[in-house]
Design a binder for this molecule. Structure first.
Ligand SMILES: [Zn+2]
Length: 413
C-alpha cells in the first residue's frame, strides 16, 4: 500500500510529475516538479564545476560500432534500446562514457592537460522490464550527473580521495548523514584481462582505504569494465539506493585507444574514472521527497514564497513583492483567487511552500508582511527584512564552502 510519504503520492498531491502507461518508466515533469528538478540540477552543476569539471553534451543516439568498441553491445545489449538507423544498427545511450571518449580522442593530450575532467547531465535510456520500474526510483529514462576523469595512473588514489571528500560534503550539505559505501568487484561478465582487473581493484581499494571509507564488499557487482565504489543513501523505509559512484577503468581507454604524451614524450594510456554524485537526478529527488515527506528544504521547494493579499486593493503591493523576490532569484507567486484568506493560507501550507506572507491594508501602509507559519504562528516583519531573509533561506548550497544545510525556512537564521 502507498502511504502519504511515498514519493509517488507526494508527486500527485504536490502536482510535481506523473507517469503513464504510454511512456513506461519515463517522467512527465509538471511546472512545479520541473522547478524542483532544475534547482537540484543547478546545485549539482555548480558543485561539479567547482570540482574542476568542464561540461559537455553528447548525442543520445549512437551507431552500434561505438557500442561494439566500448563493449556495451556485448555486455549490456539487453538493457539498450536498439534501432536501425539508415540501415545501420544504432542504440540510445545507456551511459555517457563512449561519447566523452570521442571528445578526448580528438585532442592531442599531454601530461599537462591531465587530469582532464568532463561532465554531462546526460539523459540515458535503459530497457528495464516493467516489473522492476518503481516511480522515480527506477526508470527507463533518467538524467545522470555523469563525469569522467582521464588521468595518469599515479594520480588515481588522490583523485578518488578528493571525490569521496567532496561527495560527503555534498551529501551533508543536502541533509544526509547516513551514507553506506560498498566496494563492488569484477563481475562474471566483463572485459579486460585478470591482470588488468587485479591492478584496478588493488588501486581502488587502496584509494578507498586512503580516504578512510569503511566499505562493505559486493563481490562480483562491479561494472563490466571496472571495479567501483558505490555510495548509498537510505529512504524512509530503510531501503538503500545507490546514488554516487566512482569506478576505475583501465579497459575503455584501451578500447578507444586513448593516449597522452608523458614527460619524456612517450605516448601513454591514461586511466579513466567514471563518477556521479547523485547518480540519477530523478531517483535522488524521489529520495529527497520521501526523506522530507514533501517538506523540501527551501532552496529546493518548487515555490518558495507565496504572497496572499487580504483584499484586491492590496494586489498591487503583493505583485510588487513577488517581482522583487523574483529579481532576487526566489520562486514566488501571488494568490488572490476567490477563496477566503484562511483557505488560501491552508492551501499554501498543504503545498509545503516554505514561506506564506499575508498582506492587508496595514502591511501595505507600513510596507511590511505578516508571515503565517504552518505552526499557525504569525509574525510581522518589515518588507526589506523579509525579502533578505527569504533570499538567504532559499539560496542553494552550491559548493562545499557554503553554509551547511539549514533544514527549513525557519531554521535558517
Ligand atoms: Zn562512464
Amino acid at each position: 500500500m502507498l502511504d502519504s510519504s511515498d514519493h509517488r503520492i507526494l508527486g500527485q498531491e504536490l502536482d510535481l510529475f506523473h507517469l503513464q502507461e504510454e511512456a513506461p518508466g519515463m517522467v512527465f515533469w509538471h511546472p512545479r516538479g520541473y522547478a524542483m528538478y532544475r534547482a537540484l540540477e543547478s546545485v549539482v552543476r555548480a558543485w561539479t564545476v567547482s570540482s574542476g569539471f568542464e561540461e559537455v553534451k553528447t548525442p543520445e543516439l549512437l551507431r552500434s560500432v561505438i557500442w561494439e568498441q566500448s563493449g556495451h553491445w556485448h555486455n549490456f545489449r539487453e538493457h539498450m534500446f536498439a534501432f536501425s538507423d539508415e540501415g545501420k544498427s544504432a542504440a540510445m545511450k545507456p551511459v555517457n562514457c563512449p561519447g566523452h571518449a570521442q571528445i578526448v580522442k580528438r585532442r592531442s593530450l599531454s601530461y599537462r592537460d591531465l587530469p582532464l575532467r568532463l561532465s554531462e547531465l546526460g539523459i540515458v535510456h535503459r530497457n528495464e522490464s516493467s516489473g522492476v520500474l518503481h516511480g522515480l526510483m527506477r526508470l527507463r529514462q533518467f538524467t545522470q550527473d555523469d563525469g569522467h576523469v582521464f588521468l595518469a595512473e599515479t594520480d588515481v588514489e588522490r583523485e578518488v580521495a578528493d571525490f569521496c571528500r567532496s561527495l560527503y560534503d555534498f551529501y551533508r550539505a543536502l541533509g544526509f548523514s547516513e551514507i553506506g559505501v560498498a566496494f563492488a568487484t569484477r563481475p562474471e561478465q566483463r572485459v579486460g584481462s585478470d591482470a588488468v582487473w587485479d591492478r584496478a581493484e588493488h588501486a581502488l581499494a587502496a584509494a578507498a582505504k586512503g580516504a578512510g571509507l569503511p566499505c562493505r564488499l559486493k563481490a562480483g557487482e562491479g561494472a563490466f569494465y571496472g571495479p567501483k565504489l558505490e555510495f548509498e543513501l537510505g529512504d524512509r523505509l530503510g531501503r538503500r539506493w545507490q546514488c554516487g559512484t566512482i569506478q576505475l577503468d583501465f579497459v575503455l581507454p584501451e578500447r578507444f585507444d586513448l593516449s597522452y604524451d608523458d614527460r619524456s614524450g612517450a605516448r601513454v594510456r591514461p586511466a579513466m574514472l567514471h563518477r556521479a554524485m547523485v547518480g540519477s537526478l530523478e531517483r535522488f529527488l524521489g529520495i529527497l521527497l520521501e526523506q522530507h515527506q514533501g517538506r523540501l528544504p527551501s532552496w529546493l521547494a518548487p515555490e518558495q514564497v507565496r504572497v496572499l493579499p487580504v483584499h484586491a486593493e492590496q494586489r498591487g503591493y503583493a505583485e510588487e513583492i513577488v517581482s522583487r523576490l523574483r529579481q532576487r532569484g526566489v520562486r514566488a507567486s501571488c494568490e488572490l483567487g476567490s477563496e477566503t484568506l484562511a483557505r488560501r493560507v491552508a492551501e499554501a501550507h498543504a503545498l509545503r511552500i516554505p514561506f506564506s506572507w499575508v498582506v492587508g491594508a496595514r502591511e501595505a501602509a507600513d510596507r511590511s508582511v505578516t508571515e503565517r507559519e504552518a505552526s499557525r504562528e504569525r509574525r510581522a516583519r518589515p518588507l526589506v527584512e523579509a525579502l533578505s531573509r527569504a533570499q538567504s533561506a532559499c539560496s542553494a548550497p552550491i559548493s562545499a564552502k557554503d553554509t551547511p544545510y539549514a533544514g527549513s525556512a525557519e531554521g535558517s537564521d
